[in-house]
Design a binder for this molecule. Structure first.
Ligand SMILES: [Fe+2]
Length: 289
């Protein structure tokens, strides 16, 4: 299991200032327009930046995820894009050409991504032909109840399989590595069918597996899904993100999770403090050591 300290790279204040000052004059719109073909940034030529990139790549190579602390959040997710560009090349866009999404928790939302209920361990876009290689998150506002609420977990696939094997959960291991499993995104009419771990990519989301079972009229494998979720918790550690902190993880080799979120009402019902993050996806990963 990767510890919180082992996956953390801390940026000194002087470098954080250089990063913010170098990116500030670049409009976020311009970065988003360039991002699908890969970014080229004035930071890339600076030796202090190169040192940070090397440290991030070294942590990522060992753990498949890295948390970067000490950087600031610039509007439009510019720092997040710059850091994600050190590990990945081309960025994904969402229909309207946007690269950076904003997720604001709301006690009044029914959308899973914005509601405060505990999430499931999953990979992003698991029922699509080409799930993104990397996911990046930057904390804009931490959960008001942090660190008890609103934390993440990331589990590496080898650590999950080792934990399941240690527990003698051979059926769950077979389900992940051998079985042909159907997965359906609620918003798509097609059903994806493959092994969950296939061609070096893990695709997993309990809700998409349950949705495919509902469409087929079959019984969902709830016991196995529970066993996998429980082993994911045991094989990972909570990761809290403070303001500006960035978490980058492989969406091909890890599963991730977000805990229950809290809300602090300033004036009920519409004025409240809640977790807000920027999220982006990168199509392909740079080769790393
Ligand atoms: Fe996710």
């Amino acid at each position: 299991m990767s510890s919180e300290s082992a996956i953390t790279v801390t940026v000194p204040p002087a470098l954080a200032k250089i990063i913010a000052e170098t990116l500030s004059p670049i409009p976020a719109d311009q970065m988003e327009a360039d991002a699908p073909n890969g970014l080229s940034l004035p930071l890339d030529g600076l030796s202090v930046w190169t040192d940070l990139v090397e440290e991030m790549r070294s942590v990522f190579a060992r753990h498949d995820h890295v948390r970067v602390r000490g950087v600031t959040h610039l509007p439009g997710g510019r720092v997040l894009m710059a850091l994600a560009h050190t590990l990945g090349r081309r960025f994904m866009t969402y229909g309207d050409g946007k690269v950076v999404k904003v997720f604001s928790m709301s006690p009044w939302s029914r959308d899973l991504a914005h509601a405060g209920a505990e999430g499931f361990f999953h990979t992003d876009l698991n029922a699509s032909p080409s799930p993104p290689a990397l996911t990046g998150i930057q904390c804009v506002h931490p959960d008001p109840g942090a660190p008890r609420f609103g934390y993440n977990r990331v589990v590496r696939l080898p650590d999950l399989l080792a934990e399941l094997t240690r527990r003698g959960a051979s059926e769950a291991v077979r389900f992940l590595t051998d079985a042909e499993v159907e997965m359906a995104n609620e918003r798509s009419p097609t059903i994806w069918k493959s092994k969950i771990v296939d061609g070096g990519i893990v695709r997993f989301h309990p809700e998409t597996i349950r949705a495919a079972c509902r469409r087929r009229g079959t019984k969902p494998p709830d016991d196995i899904l529970y066993t996998i979720g429980d082993a994911c918790v045991a094989a990972s550690c909570p990761i809290s993100l403070g303001t500006g902190d960035v978490l980058l993880f492989s969406n091909h080799r890890t599963l991730h999770y977000r805990s229950e979120c809290s809300v602090r009402f300033v004036r009920y019902p519409l004025v409240f403090e809640a977790r807000q993050i920027n999220v982006l996806h990168v199509t392909d990963e740079r080769p790393h050591a």
